[in-house]
Design a protein around this ligand. Structure first.
Ligand code: NG1
Ligand code: ZN
Length: 541
C-alpha cells in the first residue's frame, strides 16, 4: 500500500465525531477536550509530527498526550519542537486544518498540500518520540498516534508515562546528543541524574530546614518524584525531607480532584485532605507536573499562597544577587516575563524593588518563553505556577568561562552554574522548579513566611464563565489580553465597572484550553475583588 492509502486506512479507523469537525482548534496547550472525542485528532497530530520532522531534516519531534490540570475524563495532545520548545506557532494552524478535514480523502489532500506548500520532501526520514500522563485514555490515544506514525513511515520511540517537562527534556537531549550543545542523556535516568547532581552542587555548604509536603495531584508527578528522590541527598545528608501525598495513580478518577496546583491556586486553599500544620512548607503539582505552587498556614491558621509570581520574584532576586556576587552584575541582564494574570503587586515589586525589567505577554508559555529569550537570564512564570528560567547561550558561556577572583565569587559562580543544570530550560517543570525553590530558601535561610513578606498580594479572584461560543471573545492586539476588541459592548461595560473600584483591575478573555471565558479581577480588599469578578462575570454571561 502507498502512503496515501495507508493514511486513509488509518483515518477510516479513527474518524472524528461529525458534530465536532470544523470546531477543533490547536489552542494554548495544543488540542484539549473530552478524551472520547480525541482519537482522530491524535491520529492527525501524528501525521503532522511526521511532516514536521521531515521538514526539519529528520530532527526528532515530540508528542505529549496529556490534559494537564483538567479533569480525568479529558485528554489532550501537543507537539514539541526539536529544542524542547513548543511547536512553532505558524504550524498550529496546520494542526488545526488537518484536525478539521472532513473526509479521509480530504485529509490526504491536505497532507499533500502542506508538503507541497512547505516544500517538504515526503521521502525524508521522520523521527518522533512521545509520552503520556496517567489518564486511562492515554494508551488508547497512543495507539491512534502509532497508526499515524506507521502510515507515514516515521521512526518512533514510546517513552510511556512521563511528565510533560520530561518529554521536552528527552526531545532536546535526543537532538543535541553528540553536539557541543548536548543537553543530557535522553533517558529517564539521565533526567534524574542531571537534576540530582545539579541540586547537590547548588546545595554545597547549605542545608534545607524543615520538611516539604508535595501534593502530586494523583498524577504522573507522583511516581516520577519517587524516582527523583532516589537521586537526591537524603535529609540527613542536607537534602530535602520530602513527604509525598496524593500520589495514587491507580484510581484514575482522583486525578486533579480536590488537589493539585490548579485546585490550590483557583480556590486559594490547601487540598481538603491536607494535614499540614502551621508553617509546614507545602507544594502542589498539576496532573502532568509542569506547574507548581507553594503554600503554608500561618500562625493564625490562615492559608498563604506562594504562586508562580512568587517563584519568579524569588528566583529573579536570587539570580540577580548571585550574578553580582560572582562579579557578573553588569554582564548578565536579568528580566522577568509575566502575563496579565500576574498580581499587580508582584509586577511593582520586580520593577520598584528588584529594579528589573518586566515584559507582559499573552497567556501560554510559548509566548513567555519566547520573550524570556530576549534577556541573558529570562525568568518567566504564569501566576498559576507554570514557568522556568532560560539562560542565553552567551550567558551560559559567561558563567562557565568566568575566572573567580575570590572564594566568594567562586561559590557564587558554582551555584549559578549548578542552576543552569538544575533548571529545565526547555519548559516549566514542577520537579525542577521545586528543587530550585528549595535551593533558594536554603541559601537565604528563609521560611515560607520570610518568602511571603517581600510584598503583599492584591486580593484577586479568577472565575470561569461558561459561554455558548468563546470565539466571540477576541482580545485587542498589543494589550497582552487585558482588553477585548470584540464584543466591544462588553469591554465598554467592563471598563465602567472597573472604574467603580479603587485599585480595581479586571479583564475577560477566552480560554485557549476550555470552552469558557476567564474573568480575572484584582482590588483593594478580598470582598471588592470578589465583587468585581462577579460583576464582570455577569457582564460576560
Ligand atoms: P487558558 O485556558 O488559555 O486560560 C490555561 C492557563 C494558562 C496555561 C494553559 C495551559 C490560566 C489563567 N490559564 O490557559 O496559564 O497554563 O492553561 O495549561 O491559568
Ligand atoms: Zn500542566
Amino acid at each position: 500500500m502507498g502512503y496515501e492509502d495507508e493514511i486513509k486506512a488509518g483515518s477510516a479507523k479513527h474518524a472524528p465525531p461529525a458534530d465536532l469537525v470544523g470546531k477543533f482548534q490547536y489552542g494554548t496547550a495544543g488540542f484539549r477536550m473530552k478524551a472520547k472525542d480525541l482519537d482522530a485528532v491524535v491520529y492527525r497530530v501524528g501525521l503532522l509530527a511526521a511532516l514536521r520532522s521531515k521538514k526539519l531534516n529528520g530532527q526528532t519531534v515530540g508528542v505529549m498526550i496529556t490534559a494537564s490540570h483538567n479533569p480525568p475524563e479529558d485528554n489532550g495532545v501537543k507537539l514539541v519542537d526539536p529544542m524542547g520548545e513548543m511547536l512553532e506557532s505558524s504550524w498550529e494552524a496546520y494542526a488545526t486544518s488537518l484536525a478539521n478535514a472532513d473526509s479521509d480523502q480530504q485529509l490526504v489532500d491536505w497532507y499533500n498540500n502542506l508538503a507541497k506548500n512547505l516544500r517538504i520532501n515526503l521521502d525524508a526520514p521522520a523521527k518522533v518520540i512521545y509520552a503520556r500522563d496517567t489518564r486511562a485514555s492515554g494508551s488508547r490515544l497512543v495507539g491512534c498516534l502509532q497508526d499515524a506514525l506507521s502510515a507515514t513511515g516515521a521512526q518512533y520511540t514510546d517513552f510511556k508515562l512521563a511528565t510533560t517537562p520530561q518529554l521536552h527534556y528527552y526531545v532536546r537531549c535526543t537532538n543535541t546528543k553528540g553536539t557541543q550543545d548536548e543537553y543530557g542523556e535522553p533517558t529517564e535516568k539521565g533526567y534524574y541524574e542531571k537534576l540530582g547532581a545539579a541540586f547537590k552542587q547548588a546545595m554545597e555548604h547549605h542545608k534545607t530546614s524543615g520538611g516539604l509536603v508535595v501534593d502530586c495531584a494523583n498524577g504522573v508527578g507522583g511516581p516520577k518524584l519517587r524516582e527523583l528522590v532516589k537521586y537526591l541527598p537524603t535529609a540527613a545528608e542536607g537534602g530535602i525531607d520530602i513527604k509525598i501525598v496524593n500520589d495514587d495513580v491507580h484510581k484514575p478518577d482522583t486525578l486533579n480532584s480536590s488537589c493539585g496546583a490548579d485546585y490550590v491556586k483557583v480556590n486559594q486553599r490547601a487540598p481538603p485532605s491536607s494535614k499540614a500544620g502551621a508553617n509546614d512548607r507545602c507544594c502542589s503539582l498539576d496532573g502532568d507536573a509542569d506547574r507548581i505552587v507553594f503554600y503554608f498556614l500561618d500562625e493564625k491558621n490562615t492559608f498563604r499562597l506562594l504562586d508562580g509570581d512568587r517563584i519568579a520574584t524569588l528566583a529573579a532576586s536570587f539570580i540577580g544577587d548571585l550574578a553580582r556576587q560572582a562579579g557578573l552584575g553588569d554582564k548578565l541582564n536579568v528580566g522577568v516575563v509575566q502575563t496579565a494574570y500576574a498580581n499587580g503587586a508582584a509586577t511593582m515589586y520586580v520593577e520598584n524593588n528588584l529594579k528589573l525589567p518586566v515584559i507582559c505577554t499573552p497567556t501560554g508559555v510559548k509566548h513567555l518563553h519566547h520573550a524570556a529569550t530576549r534577556f541573558d537570564v529570562g525568568v518567566y512564570f504564569e501566576a498559576n505556577g507554570h514557568g522556568t528560567v532560560v539562560f542565553s547561550p552567551s550567558a551560559l558561556k559567561t558563567i562557565h568561562t568566568c575566572q573567580p577572583e575570590s572564594p566568594a565569587q567562586a561559590d557564587a559562580l558554582s551555584t549559578l552554574g549548578a542552576l543552569t543544570d538544575l533548571i529545565n530550560q526547555t519548559v516549566g517543570d514542577a520537579l525542577s522548579d521545586m528543587l530550585l525553590v528549595e535551593v533558594i530558601l536554603a541559601h537565604k535561610h528563609y521560611r515560607c513566611a520570610d518568602w511571603l513578606s517581600s510584598y503583599t498580594d492584591l486580593p484577586n479572584r479568577l472565575l470561569k464563565v461558561e459561554v455558548p461560543d468563546r470565539n466571540q471573545f477576541q482580545t485587542q492586539e498589543g494589550t497582552a489580553e487585558r482588553k477585548l476588541a470584540q464584543p466591544q459592548r462588553i469591554q465598554d461595560e467592563i471598563d465602567k465597572m472597573v472604574a467603580k473600584f479603587s485599585n480595581g483591575r479586571s479583564f475577560a478573555r477566552a480560554s485557549g484550553t476550555e470552552n469558557a471565558v476567564r474573568v480575572y479581577a484584582e482590588a483593594n480588599t478580598r470582598a471588592e475583588a470578589d465583587d468585581l469578578a462577579a460583576n464582570v462575570a455577569a457582564i460576560v454571561k
